[in-house]
Design a protein around this ligand. Structure first.
Ligand SMILES: C[S@@+](CC[C@H](N)C(=O)[O-])C[C@H]1O[C@@H](n2cnc3c(N)ncnc32)[C@H](O)[C@@H]1O
Length: 249
């Protein structure tokens, strides 16, 4: 999510930390209100959703929250990282949700290009956190279009991601908020970043490709979402998305 020391271990964009077992604790030091942000996605889903797709499921922290909030939902989680898929599978099994979860090792950029049907179609909701910002804006738009196509009438899409500050001054303020968060959790941004891996482009994902919140909302509208909204925001982090009208095809 930021530049990192050269000598660190090579990882895929989005895996963030060199050691996958450190992800759950370190991400909570790195990102202010990580649990609240993911919780906002889960809370803004219809509790009776029966088919949900998650893009970039990582270690499954959002998956678990979504399955708790939507007790009858079957969840398909896509991630291109074999390490993440192995890790999340054992977590889901330990939580007793294996019968409601299916992991698919795939690049969601391929899915956006209609090249991966393994994930299925006809979802009541699509969710994602901290993953889509690795795509170029051109691919974000394609992905939003594919999400729109895959949603059932009345379906909903929520994404939590860092957004591009609208000015250099705001960028400083947002950075300060991150630093203060780390300090209030007994560490520093530098220390947390020292646990990160080094990532090159992999598949469709690159280093951070941030867009402003406004640009994201425009892309969602261009992709065909009738309604868009921002249910949660904290400085440079936001939960945003849209939904499909009940009458839409
Ligand atoms: C920062 S992690 C977030 C995981 C989880 N959603 C969370 O909020 O804790 C981002 C995940 O997205 C995955 N990812 C990034 N780009 C991807 C792509 N193009 N296709 C599939 N997975 C991708 C990474 O492997 C990683 O597991």
């Amino acid at each position: 999510m930021q530049s990192m020391p050269e000598e660190t271990i090579e990882i895929f964009p989005g895996e963030v930390f060199a050691d996958v077992t450190e992800f759950d604790s370190s991400i909570r030091q790195l990102l202010p209100y990580y649990d609240e942000m993911l919780g906002a996605i889960a809370r803004c889903l219809p509790t009776d959703a029966s088919r949900i797709l998650e893009l970039g499921c990582g270690t499954g922290e959002l998956s678990l929250k979504v399955m708790e909030c939507c007790p009858s939902a079957q969840l398909v989680g896509i991630d291109y990282s074999p390490r993440m898929i192995t890790f999340v599978r054992s977590k889901i099994e330990s939580a007793g949700y294996a019968h409601r979860w299916r992991g698919v090792e795939m690049d969601f950029g391929e899915w956006a290009n209609n090249q991966g049907s393994e994930a299925g179609t006809g979802f009541d909701a699509v969710v994602s956190s901290l993953a889509i910002h690795h795509l170029s804006d051109e691919m974000k738009l394609k992905l939003f279009g594919q999400i729109r196509q895959t949603l059932n009438p009345g379906g909903i899409f929520w994404n939590a991601d860092p957004v591009l500050p609208e000015s250099p001054q705001l960028s400083e303020f947002y950075q300060k908020a991150r630093e203060e968060w780390c300090n209030s959790h007994g560490t520093t941004l530098e220390d947390v970043r020292s646990k990160m891996g080094r990532s090159e482009t992999h598949g469709y994902s690159h280093h951070d490709q941030l867009a402003t919140l406004d640009a994201h909302l425009q892309m969602l509208k261009t992709a065909g979402f009738e309604s868009v909204a921002v249910p949660w925001k904290y400085y440079g982090l936001a939960v945003f998305g849209g939904w499909v009208d009940m009458k839409s095809g």
